[in-house]
Design a protein around this ligand. Structure first.
Ligand code: SAH
Ligand code: MG
Length: 196
């Protein structure tokens, strides 16, 4: 992978105010990926491909990332970025709403990274559990959403998002098949490991 190109992609994404994965969050995910050496990663929320490009370095030989994005303009830019970074053989982008695309998937994934519409997190979790391999890990970004999720302040515009992020945490923490850790890195990260 072309590291200089990856830095350029990151800089442009930041200038364009695209909410790419934060450096400290990326550090944590990198460690998990190093341990797992995944054959297949699923990402929900490609944006311009930055996180997928970063993750692709940790794939097992012949491993692939499937990633879903609903904004066509972003998909076009992501395809260009992925090609420029030299990792187009490792990343498949699906254009569409993940709410519609996920139910059409049936392959199993070792790692699933949820990083899209916060109001849909409980649905994404349901689908992620269905698509996760044994001993797989589900990682959800932005789970603490600027601290709103753990505070009792409830009068902001983001109420629906906050309610659904709380629902996600409740569902995954109550699921006996998962062990969940919540980290205050970036905008909050939930790491859920399947127990079998
Ligand atoms: N993972 C990226 C950042 C993703 S930002 C990175 O770290 O580099 C979130 C992206 O999810 C946005 O581009 C948004 O268009 C997309 N998105 C939001 N809801 C979605 C949905 N329901 N289906 C598919 N994509 C969605
Ligand atoms: Mg994010």
């Amino acid at each position: 992978m072309d590291k200089v190109e990856v830095q350029k992609i990151k800089q442009k994404a930041l200038e364009d105010h695209i909410p790419i994965i934060m450096d400290d969050t990326l550090g944590v995910v990198d460690k998990i990926l190093t341990d797992i050496k995944p054959k297949k990663i699923l990402e929900i929320g490609t944006a311009v491909g930055y996180s997928a490009i970063c993750f692709s370095e940790y794939l097992a030989e012949n491993g692939v990332i499937d990633t879903i994005e609903r904004e066509e303009e972003r998909v076009i830019e992501a395809r260009k970025n992925i090609k420029n970074a030299g990792v187009e053989d490792k990343i498949n982008i699906y254009l569409g709403d993940a709410v519609e695309v996920l139910p059409t998937f049936n392959d199993k994934y070792n790692v699933i990274f949820i990083d899209a519409a916060k109001g849909k997190y409980p649905f994404f979790l349901e689908q992620a559990i269905r698509l996760l391999s044994n001993n797989g890990v589900i990682i959800a970004d932005n789970i603490l959403y600027k601290g709103y999720v753990m505070s009792d302040y409830n009068k902001h515009k983001q109420r629906t998002a906050v309610r659904n992020l709380r629902q996600y945490l409740k569902d995954v923490q109550e699921n006996p098949n998962f062990e969940t850790e919540i980290l205050e890195v970036g905008d909050g990260l939930a790491i859920s490991k399947r127990r079998y």
